[in-house]
Design a protein around this ligand. Structure first.
Ligand SMILES: Nc1ncnc2c1ncn2[C@@H]1O[C@H](COP(=O)(O)OP(=O)(O)OP(=O)(O)O)[C@@H](O)[C@H]1O
Length: 262
């Protein structure tokens, strides 16, 4: 396990948002964080990234408390793709992606010399996000989906061991959603992503965590977590779950459950 939490609690305004979560994220796997709006997915990702400190409990990276690790080590290892993307920066795509290289850059490289490795890594990351040749474009001229892909390229250029993404398929057309999830499933990096599309999560993730009101209520393989019972309880939607030829669940949604419509 690379990232773990032990009895993590995080509260705001006196109410627990994350209410005692203990999880282990499989190293090198693709973990999907699922659950309805407001259940705590983004907050849990921010705790895993060290952007929030637990009120109680601990977040561990390779069994060491995140709060005790040097900031530079965290910056080299953990890359975060947040849900909100700032719109008012006047940078080129290459500048944005090169931000991902900052934790790796030596002093001479920061002064403008010896940055060929960084440029190569940035170009590779752009190509993996279907953005080869886009380096000269200005951020302010990009569409929402293009910005999302640049942001993911920035995170990949960082060469992280752990990649944390908050709804990374937001704004992406179905081609780029599938392309991104397929790439995330194939990278050797440990990936944790908050996702809303349960069928895409079933298809590409190998480990799922289902949250409800700040707690993890189910975890395991897609077949273990995406059952008709859990979908009805957590999302208040009736679903029929079939099994694809590769053994992964496939959901067809029915009506809202009685509890939801009453
Ligand atoms: N700083 C804060 N102060 C008060 N409430 C907060 C704060 N941060 C998060 N919350 C609340 O905590 C709950 C969980 O928020 P979070 O963004 O983690 O949910 P989520 O599962 O990512 O939701 P979504 O699917 O809508 O993105 C929400 O009810 C939110 O309003």
């Amino acid at each position: 396990m690379s990232l773990e939490t032990r009895d993590v609690v995080w509260a705001a305004g006196g109410a627990p948002i994350i209410d005692g979560i203990t999880i282990s994220i499989p190293r090198g796997g693709f973990t999907g964080l699922l659950g309805p709006n407001g259940c705590g997915k983004s907050t849990l990702l921010r705790l895993l990234a060290g952007l929030l400190r637990p009120g109680e409990g601990a977040v561990l990276l390779d069994r060491r408390r995140l709060s005790e690790l040097p900031r530079r080590e965290i910056a080299r290892r953990l890359a975060v793709v947040a849900q909100e993307v700032s719109t008012d920066v006047d940078m080129t795509v290459a500048d944005v992606v090169m931000l991902g290289r900052i934790p790796h850059r030596t002093r001479p490289a920061l002064m403008g010399r010896d940055d060929s490795l960084d440029i190569r890594e940035a170009e590779n990351a752009l190509a993996r996000c279907d953005l080869a040749g886009w380096g000269g474009r200005h951020w302010s001229t990009l569409s929402g989906g293009e910005r999302q892909r640049v942001n993911i390229a920035r995170a990949l250029a960082q060469g992280p061991t752990e990649l944390l993404l908050d709804e990374p398929t937001n704004h992406l057309d179905i081609h780029h959603q599938i392309d991104l999830l397929r790439m995330l499933a194939a990278v050797p990096t440990t990936v944790v992503a908050a996702l809303h599309d349960l069928n895409l999560a079933a298809q590409y993730c190998d480990h799922l965590l289902l949250l409800e009101a700040g707690r993890v209520v189910a975890s395991g393989s897609p077949a273990q977590v995406l059952t008709e019972q859990w979908i009805e309880r957590v999302y208040r939607v009736r679903a029929t779950v079939d099994t694809d030829s590769d053994g992964r669940p496939h959901l067809r949604y029915g009506p809202l459950s009685d509890a939801a419509s009453s």
